[in-house]
Design a protein around this ligand. Sequence first.
Ligand SMILES: [Zn+2]
Length: 265
Amino acid sequence: MASMTDDTTPFADPDGFEHAADLLASARRVTVLTGAGVSTDSGIPDFRGPQGLWTTDPDAEAMSDIDSYMGDVDVRRRTWLARRSHQVWKAEPNAAHRALADLAAAGRLHALVTQNIDGLHQRAGVPEDEVIEVHGTMLRVMCMTCGLRTPSPEVLDRLDEESDPRCPVCGGIQKTDTISFGQRLDPEVIERAAQAARECDVFVAIGTSLTVHPVAGLCDVAMMGRAALLVVNAEPTPYDDYASAVLHDPIGDVVPALVRRALAD
Ligand SMILES: [Zn+2]
């Protein structure tokens, strides 16, 4: 007998979708991990994808290296200009961001761990204290000497007069509060993320290749805590074989549909 959902679920693997929706619907604590794939619908390019920043502009990779940045004023000048013209300033949250905010509003989101630095989850309405930004945020600038943090627009506004705006307190080099290559992730932030993975009963990885550690290892942490793993990503990931369901459908379609189903039950 054909189930009703065969007609109503437009996804590649309807059974996988149903299984994922059932798991999400019955979960008490859901922890979500998001990567660049969640923000591409908002016009923010993936770093490593075919249209990715590093693929189309090798100079961008030098700007992401902490030693080049700290040691070369020209790299900093180019980085500030790139930050000012970044897509993030005109980007809006998309359907997937809004769906995850609905999950939070329904009290079903334990934590949202994100590799993204665009602040779009918070702008969609996920409470600040439920978002764990493992790669930092572009929305803030940090002084590399004294640690002063300033909203990015205040610093970017100074670019017309200064090509490398220094810290107003100590004169130190400033940088967006993001993790560059060669920089360690913040151990406290990673521990919060690991705790959120340990405490959930469903862990959903969305729009991330799950190839960059330690963040990808959060899947292992969640599964060791007996959580079910759901993977939503266009491309296969190293964790697909361990997942209860793997959905390769477009994130902007499948995430809102999953959340609607989970909240309707
Ligand atoms: Zn300073």
